[in-house]
Each structure stands twice: as structure tokens, then as C-alpha cells.
Ligand binder design. Structure first.
Ligand code: NAD
Length: 495
């Protein structure tokens, strides 16, 4: 679908001097440009509070784009791309900014002698979303040909999400709002669909009869880096669990769609969300646990504790690790536990989903030692490995019928031998073409906040008394192991 090439486009990037714009958004736009996927007439209008020249901003972006060009960076390409960059130094909380924006857009369209598609990207904390939307509305920039892309997390709880969403919907229709969750743009995540619904062999075993449990791990060795002031108010649950991990769960648990399109996929995801068993006060502590990292060692180097970060309160109670046990109360998944965990400063940076199948009910072999100790698992590797591993039992060579666990592997890199596009590249291209399949609908985000509301309330009402409770470089607090050990199961230590 290359039909956006002729569509003049002004891409307004709010928060252009921030981390995300520098690291992800602009490099992704540059790669789209190099792959001739941007409209022929395209302008990137960057909005930020800092005062700087277009040239200085462009130089900053260039460094990041070059580092992320997979060794194919060309100065000429960058030169042509950077000619499309403009900078408006402005405060998004004052109305004049939107009058200036409207004037800029008007002048550009006069020069093009045509109206354009407007894309407003909110790469800013969500406290700014409502003022920006109201500003755009006030300046009549909420035109029919405009779309807005909003970053996660949207709000910090159910009420603040609803407030932002109501404001968005006062000025834009649902079709114009693209709520980004960059995990959904990852090739390996999209491949969950391909694997489940492009092959007939998985569907018959993809249910409570064959699946014992599902474990989803999204772990990072990194700490909060330059994002401590944001993270202090967010924490692992809001930053990761409520969005990325829940989206992964939806893709594992979703019913087969009739057609692969935005409406059907998002309806099916809502079916999952609405079947997730709510948390209640009595069992909350057994289903949701939190942690914060202490100092420790990663990759042979000492790293400080979370509380030692400059922008973190010395007695901070923000969780840098969160794990939950969820159940999906429907015919397919009744009583199958879904364990989700995420944390910073963990032993490895790895994102993967482990689907653990049930034990063999009876051993027919002469030597049965260890038969169910290494159960059959399907591991969906999202990053840094990209692929799928089936762990199963095979006969060990020799005269005895002895079984040993083995791996069968699919690797993206080896099978396709091409660089996989970054998630932002995929999602930005989709947004430019108006394809919302990989974006979140309001009801999904609302359901996610609703699900975790009791946990957020309980955690804020009862500050933890054991923080920090895990060493940097470990796999999280002991309570995370207890969460799964109490069901006589264990987390899979990633390869
Ligand atoms: P950031 O703090 O680095 O950048 C925020 C930007 O907003 C800066 O350019 C700042 O100058 C600008 N800004 C702040 N107040 C302003 C004002 N009144 N007027 C004009 N500009 C103003 O934040 P970030 O890390 O780039 O994150 C942006 C958004 O993306 C957040 O919603 C975050 O949750 C989300 N996000 C970030 C990452 C990431 O890795 N950085 C990942 C996923 C989602």
C-alpha cells in the first residue's frame, strides 16, 4: 500500500528535543525516507521548548539516525531528509503556540498550493496531551485530514486516562486517534499472529487442555538512564505491565480473527481484556508483587541502587519490578495461569513468552528419569533473540531408550537474512497510511487501567517496607519466585 506517497504531509512532532524523538522517531522517519515510504512532499515540524537552530537540531538527529542506520547511512540522504526539518521553539501550554502552528501550516499549504494531511505526534508526558489537543482545537487544526499519535502510558490511572480520552474525543474521532504501543510494531510480536493463524498445527493445542501455563518476561539490564524524573511517577506497572506485557498476553490468548483488520483484531483483543479475572483485595498480594533494585553487578561492573540515582527520592517507593498472575475466564483459558514479570537492572535484557505445555500423563519408556522435569515449551523470543524455540524431548543416541531435552529453532535472521524494520518504522508508516490495526483502541487502554486500578490503589495505600528488595543483576525479588513457586512452577531462565 504505497498510496500515501502523493499525500502532502506535515508531521508535527511535539517533544522533538526529548529522548524518544531523538532515539526512535526521527531515525525511523529517516529510514522510511530512505526506503521511499515517506510522502514526496513531506515536512517534519519539530516543536520543543528549548531554543535552538534548525541546523543544531538536525545535527543532533543526524548522530542518532547514523547510529541506527544498520551500517547504511549516507550523508547525501541525510542532507535531503534534513531539508524537510523545521523547528518551532514554543511552549505547548500557551495558546499562541497553536496560532503560530496554524500560520506555519497555512503558509506551507499555500506554497504547495494544496492542503495536506496533518499528523500530530505527542512525544511528551501525557499530562500535556489535553492542553495540546485543546490548543489544536482552538486553532482549528483538528481538521478531518488530521490524525494524532499519542505515546504510552496515557494517564497515570483510570480517571486521568478517562479525562485525557474525553478531551481527545471532543476534538478528534476515534479513527483519527492512534495510541501507540511500540511492542505491537515489532516483527516478532506480529509474528505471533502469523504463527498462530497461518499454520493449522498450533490452534488445536492452544488451550487449557494442552497448555499448563504461560510466562511473559520483559527484562532489562538498564536502569532508568535519563528518564528517572518520569519513572519516579510511573514505575514498572504503569510503564510496562499495563501496556506492553498486557498486549503480549492479548496476542497469545486472542481468538482467531475473521479478517486481519483493525476492527476485528481490536474486537477480539477486547474479548480477552474483558475476560481477565479482576484483582480483589483478599488475593491481591498473592497475584501482584513489586520490587526495587539495590546496588549490584551487571556485566562484571558495579551498578548503584535505584535510590542512588540523582533524580530519585532517597526513600523512593517506586517499583522497578512488577509481576502478576492473571487468569482469563473463558472456555479456552479457564484456570490457565498467565505469569507476567518485568523489571529494570535484571540479569539479562530479554523479552520472551514461554508457553509451557502439560506433562506427559504416563511414561511408557524403560527409563523415565527427568521426563517431565524439562517440559515441552514453545518460546517466542521477542528480543534480543528473534525467533521461536520448541523445547521437547528426543531419544538420546545409544542402545537404551533414554530421553533428553532438545531445541528446535526458527531464527528470523537466519531464515530471512534481511534487517528487520524497527517497530517505530512500521508503526509510523501505518499511521501515515491510516492503518490502525497495530494501535490500541480506547476501550482496550481503559480496560487495562481498570484491571490494574486495585493494584495501584493497594500499592499507593501500603508503601513497601522491604525496598530495595532485589540486587541489580538478579532476576528480581524473592517474592517473584514465590508467586510462581507457590503453584509448583518456575520462571524459565532465558537462554
Ligand atoms: P522527554 O522528557 O525526554 O521529552 C519531553 C519533551 O517535551 C522535551 O522535548 C521537552 O523539551 C518537551 N517539553 C516539556 N514541556 C514542554 C512544554 N511546556 N512545551 C513544549 N515542550 C515541552 O520524554 P521522552 O522520554 O522523549 O518521552 C516522551 C513520551 O514518550 C512520554 O509520553 C513517554 O512516556 C513516551 N515513551 C518514551 C520512551 C522512551 O524510551 N523515551 C519509550 C516509550 C514511550
Amino acid at each position: 500500500m504505497d498510496d500515501n506517497r502523493d499525500q502532502n504531509t506535515i508531521f508535527v512532532l511535539f517533544g522533538a528535543t526529548g529522548d524518544l524523538a531523538w532515539r526512535k522517531i526521527v531515525p525511523a522517519l529517516f529510514r522510511l525516507f530512505c526506503n521511499t515510504k515517506l510522502p514526496q512532499r513531506f515536512l517534519l515540524l519539530c516543536v520543543g521548548r528549548q531554543s535552538m537552530t534548525e541546523r543544531a537540531l538536525s545535527e543532533r538527529f543526524k548522530e542518532s539516525a547514523a547510529a541506527r542506520a544498520h551500517g547504511t547511512f549516507s550523508n547525501d540522504d541525510w542532507q535531503r531528509f534534513s531539508e524537510q526539518i523545521r523547528y518551532l521553539s514554543a511552549d505547548v501550554s500557551i495558546q499562541k503556540t497553536y496560532a503560530d502552528l496554524a500560520q506555519f501550516i497555512h503558509q506551507q499549504e499555500q506554497q504547495w498550493t494544496q492542503t495536506s494531511q496533518l499528523l500530530f505526534y505527542f512525544s511528551m508526558p501525557s499530562t500535556f496531551f489535553s492542553p495540546i489537543v485543546e490548543g489544536l482545537g482552538g486553532a482549528k487544526l483538528n481538521r478531518n485530514d488530521a490524525v494524532v499519535v499519542v505515546e504510552k502510558p496515557i494517564g497515570h490511572d483510570l480517571q486521568s486516562f478517562r479525562d485525557i480520552d474525553n478531551t481527545l474525543k471532543r476534538f478528534f474521532t476515534e479513527e483519527q486517534i492512534f495510541r501507540i504501543d511500540h511492542f505491537l510494531g515489532k516483527e516478532t510480536v506480529q509474528n505471533i499472529f502469523a504463527m498462530r493463524f497461518g499454520n493449522p498445527i498450533f490452534e488445536p493445542i492452544w488451550n487449557r487442555r494442552y497448555v499448563d501455563h504461560v510466562a511473559i518476561t520483559v527484562a532489562e539490564t538498564l536502569g532508568v538512564e535519563r528518564r528517572a524524573s518520569y519513572y519516579e511517577h510511573a514505575g514498572a506497572l504503569r510503564d510496562m505491565l499495563q501496556n506492553h506485557l498486557l498486549q503480549l498476553l492479548c496476542l497469545i490468548a486472542i481468538e482467531p480473527p475473521v479478517v486481519y483488520d483493525a476492527s476485528d483484531i481490536r474486537n477480539r483483543k477486547m474479548d480477552v481484556m474483558s475476560a481477565i479475572r479482576p484483582f480483589n483485595k483478599e488475593t491481591l498480594d498473592q497475584r501482584a508483587i513489586r520490587g526495587q533494585y539495590d546496588k549490584g553487578r551487571i556485566g562484571g561492573a558495579e551498578v548503584p541502587s535505584y535510590r542512588d540515582d540523582l533524580d530519585v527520592a532517597p526513600a523512593s517507593t517506586t517499583e522497578t519490578f512488577a509481576a502478576v498472575k492473571l487468569f482469563i475466564d473463558n472456555w479456552r483459558w479457564q484456570d490457565v495461569a498467565f505469569y507476567l514479570r518485568t523489571g529494570k537492572r535484571m540479569a539479562a535484557s530479554v523479552s520472551e513468552i514461554s508457553v509451557r505445555f502439560r506433562d506427559v500423563p504416563h511414561c511408557a519408556f524403560p527409563v523415565c528419569f527427568g521426563l517431565n522435569s524439562q517440559p515441552v515449551r514453545l518460546i517466542i523470543q521477542i528480543q534480543p533473540q528473534e525467533g521461536i524455540v520448541l523445547k521437547f524431548m528426543a531419544k538420546e543416541p545409544g542402545s537404551l531408550m533414554t530421553l533428553k531435552p532438545v531445541d528446535m529453532r526458527f531464527s528470523y535472521k537466519e531464515s530471512f537474512n534481511i534487517a528487520t524494520p524497527d517497530a517505530y518504522e512500521t508503526l509510523l508508516w501505518d499511521a501515515l497510511r491510516g492503518d490502525a490495526t497495530l494501535f490500541m483502541r480506547a476501550d482496550q487502554v481503559e480496560a487495562a487501567w481498570q484491571l490494574f486500578a486495585p493494584v495501584l490503589t493497594a500499592w499507593s495505600e501500603t508503601p513497601p517496607n522491604d525496598f530495595p528488595n532485589y540486587a541489580a543483576g538478579s532476576w528480581g525479588p524473592e517474592s517473584s519466585d514465590e508467586l510462581i513457586h507457590s503453584d509448583k512452577r518456575q520462571w524459565l531462565i532465558p537462554d
